[in-house]
Ligand binder design. Structure first.
Ligand code: C2E
Ligand code: MG
Ligand code: MG
Ligand code: MG
Length: 282
């Protein structure tokens, strides 16, 4: 076996790199199988209106239930999907599935929105199956406003005319756009205006150390003020404690998302969560 591996991987690989390369190959093969064997699923995490406590939105988060390894984190397999091009097929599946759920939840709640994470690579070379996505929305008989596309700052950095054009076509169909992990990248604030963003999601790293009179709180207040002046709404990510929730609300954030409210759960559990919460006083 050592001889075969040596030949395939090249003699310059240190053993530890060789193991890493083999694990990666394995992950690629398994991910292909996962797509065709329905091992991918979406979990949904509520996005809570901080003023009323109501749930009007959810973020769809991809989960891979590997037959032997159990759940594998998207942080581990999304980069693999990106580097192999599988992200296109996976991204299409995510959008279709999330839109289907959004349409279902919309029957009871006319404003309900599901956000989906879109990799910057999906916008490359016009490969994003935008027409198919919009067709899917029409076939579900819902308008685009039931979906929010979450993009990261990195995408905006490189946003050429093609990305801008695609984002604007989404906007024409009513699909809204959220800037994810805000504050961790290097994007110019000018992009917020140019690309007509609807939501800013303040990254969890600003929320986790939130204390009264802390620098992170000042940042959250500043982001919320700026966002509101630009006509954007603010979602705070990674809200884990009641103290954080109260500080974020006072700082002017519109929505919160985090373990304090709920972990990401399968759609059926999300149904139960919606039913339960709608009985709570606002
Ligand atoms: P993200 O879009 O920033 O998603 C938020 C992440 O924070 C999720 O991790 C969520 O489970 C986690 N989270 C939520 N509340 C809390 C909290 O209170 N505390 C802590 N510690 N964590 C919290 P997850 O599900 O592991 O996803 C990681 C990242 O993988 C996502 O970050 C997103 O960038 C990417 N991802 C997930 N699903 C997809 C997908 O369908 N497509 C693409 N392209 N990327 C995805
Ligand atoms: Mg996200
Ligand atoms: Mg995020
Ligand atoms: Mg994040």
């Amino acid at each position: 076996a050592a001889k075969r591996e040596g030949r395939n991987c090249g003699q310059y690989f240190a053993p530890v790199m060789q193991v890493a390369a083999q694990e990666r190959m394995r992950l690629i093969t398994d991910l292909r199988a996962a797509l065709s064997h329905q091992q991918l699923q979406l979990h949904y995490q509520p996005i809570v209106d901080l003023a009323s406590g109501e749930v009007h939105k959810a973020e769809a988060l991809l989960r891979w239930k590997h037959p032997e390894r159990g759940f594998i984190s998207p942080a581990e397999f999304i980069p693999v999907a990106e580097s192999t091009g599988m992200i296109h097929e996976i991204g299409d599946w995510v959008f279709h599935e999330a839109a289907r759920q959004a349409a279902r939840w919309r029957r009871e709640r006319p404003d309900f929105q599901v956000s989906v994470n879109v990799s910057p690579l999906q916008f490359e070379n016009g490969r994003l199956a935008l027409s198919a996505w919009l067709h899917h929305l029409r076939s579900l008989d819902v308008d685009g406003s039931c979906v929010v596309v979450e993009i990261t700052e990195g995408l905006l950095m490189e946003a050429g005319p093609e990305v801008t054009r695609q984002l604007l076509r989404f906007r024409d169909a009513g699909v809204q756009v959220a800037l994810d992990d805000f504050g961790t990248g290097y994007s110019s604030l000018a992009y917020l205006n140019r690309l007509d963003i609807d939501y800013i999601k303040i990254d969890r790293s600003f929320v986790s150390n939130l204390k009264p009179a802390s620098p992170d709180l000042a940042l959250c207040e500043g982001i919320a003020m700026m966002a509101h002046k630009l006509g954007l709404k603010v979602v705070a990510e990674g809200v884990e404690t009641e103290e954080q929730r109260a500080l974020l609300q006072a700082a002017g954030c519109d929505y919160g998302q985090g373990y304090l409210f709920s972990r990401p759960v399968p759609a059926t559990q999300f149904d139960a969560l919606l039913a339960h919460r709608s009985h709570e006083p606002a």
